[in-house]
Unconditional design. Structure first.
Length: 79
């Protein structure tokens, strides 16, 4: 699967768990609608939203919520 796509429930639901044999611990997918928004998938298949950004020249990330408890639209437009 392509690592960059417009996030929606159907596509996030079918993301596979991160392979055990790979050295890294998580798979990362990028949203084409919101810059810096990611879905992280663990080896156990857990999924969560993450926002990557730069502040004062330093790269940062902020966990937005766990999928499916947090819907895609809520992750894109937090209240």
């Amino acid at each position: 699967m392509n690592r960059q796509f417009r996030f929606n429930k159907k596509l996030i639901d079918v993301l596979p768990p991160h392979p055990e044999e790979v050295k890294s611990k998580e798979s990362e997918y990028s949203d084409t609608e919101v810059a810096g928004m990611r879905v992280i998938v663990t080896r156990k298949g857990r999924k969560y939203f993450l926002l990557r950004y730069t502040f004062n020249g330093a790269k940062r990330s902020m966990k937005l919520g766990v999928y499916p408890q947090m819907h895609v639209t809520d992750a894109r437009h937090p209240r």
